[in-house]
Design a binder for this molecule. Sequence first.
Ligand code: BES
Ligand code: ZN
Length: 638
Amino acid sequence: MIVFADKKTLYPIPQLSLRYPLPLFLLLLILLTGSCQQGDAGSGQSDPHSFADPEQAVVTHLDLNLRVDFEQKQLSGAAAWSIKPGNNADHIIFDTHGLTIDSVKIYPGAQPASYRLGSPQGVLGSPLRISITPATRAATIYYRTSPQAEALQWLPPEQTAGGKAPFLFTQSQAILARSWVPCQDSPGIRFTYTADVQTSPELMAVMSASNSTEKHPDGRYRFTMEQPIPSYLLALAVGDLEFRPLGPRSGVYAEPTVIAKAAFEFGDTEKMITATEALYGPYRWERYDILVLPPSFPFGGMENPRLTFATPTILAGDRSLVALVAHELAHSWSGNLATNKTWDDFWLNEGFTTYLEGRIMEAVYGADYALMLAQLGYQDALEEIEDLGENSPDTHLHLSLAGRNPDDGMNDIAYEKGRLFLTMLETYFGRERWDHFLRNYFDAYAFKPVDSEDFLNFLRAELIQGDAAVEKDLQINEWVYGPGLPENSPRPASPEFARVEKEIDSWRNGKPAAELNIRNWTTHHWLHFLRNLPGELSQRQLAELDQQFQLTQSQNSEILCAWLLKAIPNNYAPARPQLEAFLESVGRRKFLAPLYRALAGTEGGLEQARRIYRKARPGYHPVAYHTIDRILGVNAGS
Ligand code: BES
Ligand code: ZN
């Protein structure tokens, strides 16, 4: 049950007022607002985070040929791009970042092309401008990556689970693909690809494409991705990997010492795929596999098509953190099919996905569970708004990220305000109409870019249908272009969490921890419990909770992190060794950032945080250490 802010905001399903013959009206609107696919001259809008000029020429297909060199920390080879030039095209522009370009050929004719690599422009990197003619059909770029490439993390064996073989993984979203492949690095431009990757025989290479399930004795792997994808979904990982099937079209890749645990943890994957298909139509990527990465992976998960990349910190042993799988799987519809046209509309990827994640979790694990997740997310939204300031433009769903690193605008707003907006729409229109609408939306925008206006126009065409009263009720402009949470926002309230709050009250009023009623509490009950403890706790109180519930020893990364966030500001020394061990072994930014921030906020804590960070930083991914550098005010400019 979603409890609303205000009775006024509970609306009945509106009467359809058909002032226009509906099919005609819809057709007209769809024609008028239909998204401009890649290469459409006159699409007008451009992506502030890419140098590509789609009106000159766009790519349509990539044949990638790479050699993986762990010694040099370098990928080298060739990107052979099929291209579609505009009528008067005389050049094509690729994004690059830190790449060394050895030569360029254009086709037909395999002629050496004249090209120019522009000077680097901060996070955008350098434009690579290649001269072409309207008759050009392909361009092959011979290149090498830099050892500092931001998309690549080269791990020595010590940083892997097995400790014996090195590991490499890429992280292309948002604008890092250009640091390992010269590409038109804009989410509005899609292409199919093949790849030929050469590594050493003891390692396996996997990509966001068709994958082998066995090691090849010659270390050479060939990949095909038949569905067109944007560059941020290009992905590669190389390591000592093993495969285990989970279901008819799903499986898991992990290091041999992790594979059994991973196969158990992800045992519900096929159920999730089936549930999502029942809601939103067929899964269009054939297989859905999960790759478990070493702990330095800076994210929880990354929705690389056909092969979700996941942090090992969700291997809790009891499947309690698999909402992350539901989330990355949901991106197979929201994001990977219907893709945000630029990063300004990141919420169309993440807000939709967070909403879908909730629906999948409800379908597989029940409404009580999903409501707990929704309430935790709602709390995250409120906290984010408080941190950013309730009038901050960064609390708008539609962002203006031009001139900034897109990473800077990516916070809980897109995820949780986005989810609340869609939940409001669901409640307003009723599940039946809303679910039907969403399914049509994914069909209409399958393999296409979409921006906020496209979505709103589709919503108007399909559900609002010119009804001014409905339009007013929904407060769409406030949601998408305004700050904070509009007053018709849902306020998820879980009865399970009400139970937890009762126990917190009893404990605060003197009931011993040993006597609290924690029967059947799940990970999410504990998270709510920990988050809602008083800010100030005495050493005696902390020790009582710790001894009773073994919190410092928790093997659940989310519970441990929530506990440490209480322990740190209250200077609870017994948790200190665990805190240091966690910061030194885990690279997931979502944990690192609040922990370092909390530590730096205590008396004398900044020095301690910097001391731990000095040891830990070499093990972190660039995405993570850039954030922590800023929090701790170190390594500025690096
Ligand atoms: N696509 C995101 C990760 C991402 C976002 C990478 C922005 C680079 C830039 C992924 O789907 C995601 O949202 N991951 C979350 C997990 C999720 C359960 C909220 C994460 O990593 O925490
Ligand atoms: Zn996501």
